[in-house]
Design a protein. Structure first.
Length: 113
């Protein structure tokens, strides 16, 4: 038996996060995969996460701080962050929004594992 298809448009996700009290909104969960839309207002206050995560930039651009690196990003870019790594978005545009995909076990997947 195949599972039903799930679909959420970018417009729907942005509308949901706009009406939420927090800068993120959960959108989908399946097995270890957890997906949300994240749209911080002026400052990104996030702390390192306990699971690996992927960002797919949905709108806007700015700078992504990954440990001691500063990486320019724009709409359509893909960013990967292993569990426990210090990171955040800075100097981002007012329309900045990103899909966030958490997956795998607590502590993250290990290379070669």
């Amino acid at each position: 038996m195949t599972e039903p298809t799930f679909h959420v448009s970018l417009a729907e996700a942005l509308e949901k996060v706009k009406t939420n009290a927090a800068p993120f909104i959960p959108l989908f969960e399946h097995g270890s995969l957890y997906v949300e839309m994240y749209q911080p207002d002026k400052i990104d206050h996030q702390q390192p996460h306990t699971r690996d995560e992927v960002y797919v930039i949905a709108a806007g651009g700015g700078t992504f701080l990954y440990e001691n690196q500063a990486i320019a990003f724009e709409k359509g870019d893909f960013l990967f962050v292993p569990a426990g790594v210090v990171h955040r978005f800075v100097d981002f545009t007012a329309d900045f929004a990103t899909w966030v995909l958490f997956y795998g076990p607590e502590g993250g997947e290990k290379e070669g594992g």
